[in-house]
Design a protein around this ligand. Structure first.
Ligand SMILES: [Zn+2]
Ligand SMILES: [Zn+2]
Length: 245
C-alpha cells in the first residue's frame, strides 16, 4: 500500500520518459525504454565473431577471428555483448556516462542481463571483475559504468563481483585520444592486482561498458592470468567497430 502510494507520487513528480527517444507515452513503455527503442537496443545479431563479438556478414567464418580482430593477440576466451555500438546504443551510453545518475547504464545492463544471462551462466565463472576507472575519470564522473554493469550481472548470474582486485597502476592516455594501432601499447602495465591469492585457478568474467580494440580488457586479462586465473571471459554492453569510443 505504502509502496504503491510512493510510486504513484514519484510517477507524478518525475513522469516516465523513454531513456532514448524521450517519449512520455506510457502505453509504449517497456521498462526504462519504449518498445521501439528497446527493440533497437536488443536487435538480434545474425552472425558475430567468435573471438571478439564484432558483427560480421552472414556467411563469414570466424573461428580464426575476423577483420576486426585477426591482427590482435587477444588473450580472453570469449566476448559477450548486448549489441554493436550503433546510433541507439551510442546515444544511451554517452548520455549516461555524463549523467548524474546511473539509471541509463543500469537500464542497459538489465537489458543485457535478460538477453545474455543464460549464455553468461554457461561460462561458469567464479568471479566478476569490472575494469576500474582512472583517477581523472573518477573526478569528473559520478560512477563507473563498468561497475554498474558488473553489479547487475553479478545479481543475475549469482556470482560475486570484486571491485578491488583489479586496480589502476599508472595513468594511461585516454584510449580515445590514441591512434587505434597504438592502443594495445598504451594499456601496457595499466593495472595491478590486489589479493592475488583470490585468483588462483579461478574463472573470471571481466566487465566493461564498451570495447573497441580490446586493448583494455586484454591488458586486464593478461594481469589476471599472470596471477593464476584459469579462464577469462569478457562481457561488454557494446562492441565498437571503429575508433569512435
Ligand atoms: Zn523510445
Ligand atoms: Zn573478431
Amino acid at each position: 500500500m505504502m509502496k504503491s502510494f510512493l510510486s504513484t507520487t514519484l510517477d507524478f513528480a518525475f513522469p516516465w520518459a523513454c531513456g532514448l527517444c524521450g517519449t512520455g507515452d506510457t502505453k509504449l513503455r517497456s521498462g526504462a525504454f519504449c518498445c521501439d527503442c528497446q527493440q533497437q537496443l536488443t536487435r538480434p545479431i545474425e552472425n558475430s565473431c567468435q573471438r571478439c563479438a564484432a558483427e560480421v556478414g552472414r556467411f563469414v567464418a570466424t573461428s580464426d577471428g575476423c577483420v576486426h580482430c585477426r591482427k590482435s593477440r587477444l588473450k580472453f576466451d570469449s566476448v559477450t555483448c548486448l549489441g554493436m555500438y550503433d546510433e541507439a546504443m551510442r546515444r544511451v551510453i554517452l548520455s549516461s556516462k555524463w549523467s548524474f545518475s546511473a539509471v541509463g547504464i543500469t537500464a542497459l545492463a538489465q537489458l543485457f542481463a535478460s538477453a545474455a544471462g543464460d549464455r553468461l551462466k554457461q561460462l561458469d565463472v567464479d568471479l566478476i571483475v569490472p575494469i576500474p576507472q582512472s583517477w581523472q575519470k573518477r573526478i569528473v564522473r559520478r560512477f563507473n559504468s563498468a561497475q554498474v554493469v558488473s553489479e547487475v550481472l553479478s545479481k543475475t548470474i549469482n556470482v560475486p563481483h570484486d571491485v578491488h582486485i583489479l586496480r589502476r597502476r599508472r595513468n594511461v592516455r585516454p584510449q580515445k585520444r590514441v591512434p587505434v594501432q597504438q592502443r594495445m601499447q598504451n594499456q601496457q602495465d595499466a593495472f595491478r592486482i590486489r589479493d592475488a591469492h583470490l585468483l588462483a585457478g579461478k574463472r573470471i568474467l571481466v566487465v566493461d561498458d564498451v570495447m573497441t580494440t580490446g586493448a583494455t580488457c586484454n591488458e586486464a586479462v593478461r594481469m589476471l592470468r599472470s596471477h593464476g586465473a584459469k579462464a577469462c571471459h569478457v562481457a561488454i554492453l557494446a562492441r565498437v567497430l571503429d575508433g569512435s569510443a
